[in-house]
Write a protein that binds this ligand. Structure first.
Ligand code: CA
Length: 241
């Protein structure tokens, strides 16, 4: 089983080496400082904002992976920030962090669209763990990473590496390679592979699969896919080219 760090590559390249950005909205100076420091230590890039209006502005302009949101905030309450975020249909994971700890408060927060809820005082390790879980769920990282014959594929990040170097594939090439890797060692019929292309909604040319397989062999290596005449295609498992 592949782990994420193995898939990382050098600085300057796009992809998994980019730090995830988290927004912390907290008006208490000591607490905000502690949360920012704790999350930075967990590997996040952290923006810390101290009132509801500034939080709304930040959310409208920056792409965050998640938000840690206090409820009692100056200018605009955390609950209102959350309601406005959800009214714009933004599915960003939100963890409410607050001293308001009655059951009604929690229900109101969750109903307003929060994904999780942590009551002060809290443990920094638990906050980091809950945030990791939220981000993982949101980004669909439950899909396993695949590795066959020196080729690594990360379905969630839409990333393919060959010998640890990123390979630039079109969406259809990626879909075909994904299907072949999921079924490595088995023959896939051309019809089965065509179904992968139909998912993209366009009419499929009769030779579309052949053309994309040809591109995959050229971009990766010739032995990547074997043609089984009259049957279909096979990605051999276990060979390293
Ligand atoms: Ca507060």
């Amino acid at each position: 089983m592949l782990t994420l760090p193995e898939l990382q590559f050098g600085p300057g390249s796009s992809g998994l080496d980019k730090k995830m950005r988290v927004l912390v909205v907290e008006d208490d100076a000591l607490l905000g400082d502690a949360i920012q420091a704790g999350l930075k230590q967990s590997g996040y890039a952290v923006d810390w904002i101290k009132d509801g209006i500034s939080a709304e502005q930040a959310l409208a302009t920056e792409p965050y992976a998640a938000v840690v949101l206090d409820l009692g905030l100056p200018r605009l309450s955390g609950l209102e920030v959350l309601r406005r975020l959800r009214s714009r249909n933004i599915p960003l994971p939100v963890l409410i962090l607050t001293a308001m700890d009655t059951v009604d408060d929690r229900i109101e927060g969750l109903d307003a669209g929060a994904d999780d809820y942590l009551v002060k005082p809290f443990d920094m390790g638990e906050l980091a763990a809950r945030l990791r879980a939220l981000i993982r769920r949101a980004s669909g990282k439950t899909e396993p990473l695949l590795e066959v014959a020196g080729v690594k594929l990360d379905p969630a990040a839409h990333l393919v590496l060959y010998r640890d170097k990123p390979v630039d594939l079109s969406a259809k090439e990626f879909a075909l390679l994904h299907a072949l890797m999921l079924n490595a060692g088995k023959v896939l019929s051309r019809t089965k592979l065509e179904e992968q292309l139909y998912a993209w909604g366009n009419e499929i040319e009769s030779n579309a699969v052949e053309v994309h397989i040809h591109h995959l062999r050229r971009k990766l290596f010739p032995e990547l896919v074997e043609t089984i005449r009259g049957v279909g295609y096979l990605m051999p498992r276990g060979k390293d080219f």
